[in-house]
Design a protein around this ligand. Structure first.
Ligand code: NAP
Length: 263
């Protein structure tokens, strides 16, 4: 991919290494990692692809961890989306622009205390949590890690094998395995290899089903929350957490939750 000097100042061209389609709409792709590219698990990159009218840029969370030598991204095809129309046509060896700077504040080091990390995701918002689960310090920092993932249909759960291995055994010699709670909203079929609930993650939080499924109570002292995905889910979760006496982490003030809207 040829780029003009102004674009070259802010971005590098990276090569697509691997593409994995989970369904006809959900895609994981890996690219080369720019030399010196530094980020924290939970942050996102801005990626650029060329279409007939020029460059189209979108934010994508890193799924790879800072310790991995490639970059990995997970996305959904948006109907008529300018970026994802180009993404659909990607092939191994193609070029993707990656901005030199990375972004975002939904990182586990924002919490100064707490013992249980609840990672609440909808749809492709699960991506940054995969990155965190690949990081030893996240397992060391918290006593329990709980991943809650809500999707529309049972075939929309990616990274099954990797997550199943974290549920069997904690990696990096840490103590507690992952507690994984999955939920579908538009599908009666349960996912075959996990505890799968029906209903929105917000409803399941409110009625106590998440705590029951994770076998862990939510308390102001121990529980810390990260939410990523549908912006309305994040708003609703925020209200529910406020109702339980919790508050967001602010720059200088410790708190109970941090969030990242996905679009
Ligand atoms: P989604 O519509 O957000 O659905 C994922 C899950 O979140 C569903 O189970 C849904 O439940 C649930 N949900 C929605 N609103 C909620 C709320 N207020 N509280 C709790 N849960 C809530 O996302 P998706 O299925 O992954 O993607 C669908 C479409 O979203 C895409 O085709 C695309 O148009 C858009 N999207 C856009 C971008 C972007 O970057 N532009 C990124 C991701 C997704 P229900 O079934 O009850 O709604």
């Amino acid at each position: 991919m040829l780029i003009d000097p102004k674009t070259a100042e802010k971005a590098t061209v990276e090569k697509v290494l691997r593409l994995q389609w989970w369904t006809d709409k959900l895609l994981t792709f890996t690219t080369t990692r720019p030399p010196g590219y530094s980020f924290a698990a939970g942050q996102y990159a801005r990626l650029g692809l060329r279409d007939a009218n020029g460059l189209v840029w979108r934010a994508y969370s890193m799924v790879s961890s800072p310790g991995q030598e490639f970059l990995e991204f997970y996305g959904v095809l948006v109907p008529n989306g300018l970026f994802t129309t180009q993404m659909k046509a990607l092939k191994e060896g193609d070029g993707v622009l990656v901005e030199k700077q990375c972004y975002g504040f939904m990182t586990p080091d924002r919490f100064t205390d707490g013992e249980d990390l609840w990672m609440i995701a909808t749809g492709t918002g699960v991506g940054p949590f995969i990155s965190m689960l690949r990081e030893p310090y996240v397992w060391e920092k918290f006593r329990n890690l709980i991943l809650v993932h809500g999707v529309r249909h049972a075939d929309e759960f990616p990274y099954r094998d990797e997550l199943a291995s974290y549920c069997r055994e904690a990696p990096f010699g840490t103590n507690a395995p992952l507690r994984l709670v999955r939920s579908v909203t538009r599908d009666e079929r349960p996912a075959p290899d996990s505890l799968t609930l029906n209903g929105r993650v917000t409803t399941l939080f409110e009625n106590g089903a998440l705590e029951k499924a994770a076998d862990l109570p939510v308390t102001e002292a121990a529980s810390r929350f990260m939410m990523c995905g549908n912006p309305e889910m994040i708003d609703d979760m925020r209200k529910l957490l406020h109702g339980r006496g919790m508050r967001p982490v602010r720059r200088a003030l410790p708190g109970h939750f941090v969030t990242e809207n996905y679009w």
